[in-house]
Design a protein around this ligand. Structure first.
Ligand SMILES: Cc1cc2nc3c(=O)[nH]c(=O)nc-3n(C[C@H](O)[C@H](O)[C@H](O)COP(=O)(O)O)c2cc1C
Length: 326
């Protein structure tokens, strides 16, 4: 037992990039601040998550984009926060010491505008208690770096290879869905030394206010998340898994997961762990429901570990087609 009321069944234990997680659930970057965002919600515990990804962190503090930064859309949400954060030194020296590393695994989200910045942020987190680092080369809300790197497989590989040189901690590369061939990019990042992949970050989107004829989001465009992107995310995980499984590189599947059904779909598509982001905004206690539901499914199907479900999609012999049917 971890603490009273927070016992998770052994079947939920998940190996990920050499870390043992108590649950396959990962709280996603930007949706939990620096691990403290929901701790005031009665009943919330970081122990319900196998890992918590901290907010994107750059070398120097960033104020982020002008408002609006968040806008609700049908079955989704647009955000353009612009990587607001206090800078890596503040995170390492002031925030990490306040986190309880006995509760869960904490993953830093490394962001930057240049390859050198990604490397320096990685180096500083390497010299900290952080359990792993996620390289965010897929943020659509900054003018330099972010998705500009993540949509170019060669640049993606350059960033990963450069970060790889300065840390032995697990590196997880967060891939962008805003590109032509995500599986090719995944392959290049694996060759460059990534230990894991996060699939997918948000899709670029926009909203307009007809009264003012202005874009609603201060940054004009934002990243779309939530249930609206789930079918896209699921396909991207399936595509990346075809490449990653041969290298033993695990995936954090994410994009619109709100139910047990969604989480099971992502596991079957090839995700070793499943991320929860936007869903936390309206149900901060959702992990309890998801953990219970996944454990119940495993028990009902005679499966002892989550890993036995990963990639167990029955395509009935069907092959992936590159063009859409219709
Ligand atoms: C408000 C907000 C802020 C985000 N900030 C970051 C970030 O700093 N770094 C990052 O890699 N992803 C960030 N994301 C993307 C999420 O981590 C996640 O990949 C995406 O929202 C898809 O999952 P979801 O549909 O469950 O939210 C952010 C998402 C939201 C909604």
């Amino acid at each position: 037992m971890d603490v009273a009321g927070h016992t998770l069944p052994d079947s939920l234990k998940t190996d990920f990039c050499g870390l043992t997680l108590n649950s396959p659930l990962v709280l996603l970057s930007g949706c939990v601040g620096f691990g403290e965002e929901y701790t005031r919600v009665t009943g919330f515990s970081n122990r319900d998550a196998g890992a918590v990804c901290l907010k994107g962190t750059t070398l120097k503090a960033r104020l982020g984009n002008p408002p609006h930064r968040i806008w609700e859309t049908p079955s989704g949400m647009l955000n353009a926060i612009g990587l607001q954060n206090p800078g890596v030194d503040h995170v390492v020296n002031k925030i990490l010491p306040t986190l309880d590393f006995s509760e869960t695994r904490f993953i830093a989200n490394v962001s930057g505008s240049t390859v050198e910045e990604y490397v320096e942020v990685t180096r500083r987190f390497d010299d900290s208690p952080i359990d792993a680092m996620e390289i965010n080369i897929s943020c659509p809300n900054v003018k330099e770096g972010g998705v500009a790197f993540g949509n170019d497989p060669e640049m993606s590989a350059r960033v990963v290879a450069a970060c790889r040189k300065v840390t032995h901690k697990p590196l997880i590369t967060k891939l962008s869905p805003n590109q032509t061939d995500i599986a090719h990019n995944a392959r290049r990042c694996i060759e460059a030394g990534t230990n894991g992949l996060a699939v997918i970050n948000t899709l670029m989107g926009m909203a307009i206010d007809p009264k003012t004829r202005k874009p609603v989001i201060g940054n004009v465009q934002g990243g779309l998340s939530g249930p609206a992107i789930k079918p896209i995310a699921l396909l991207k995980v399936h595509q990346v898994y075809q490449v990653a499984r041969g290298h033993g590189v695990p995936i954090i599947g994410q994009g619109g997961i709100t139910t047990v059904h969604d989480a099971l779909e992502f596991l079957m598509a090839g995700a070793a762990t499943v991320g929860v982001g936007t869903a936390l905004f309206y149900d901060p206690l959702i992990c309890k429901t998801l953990n219970a539901g996944i454990a119940e499914y495993l028990a009902r199907h005679g499966l002892k570990r989550v890993a036995e479900l990963v990639g167990r999609l029955d395509t009935g012999g069907g092959q992936l087609e590159s063009c859409a049917a219709g």
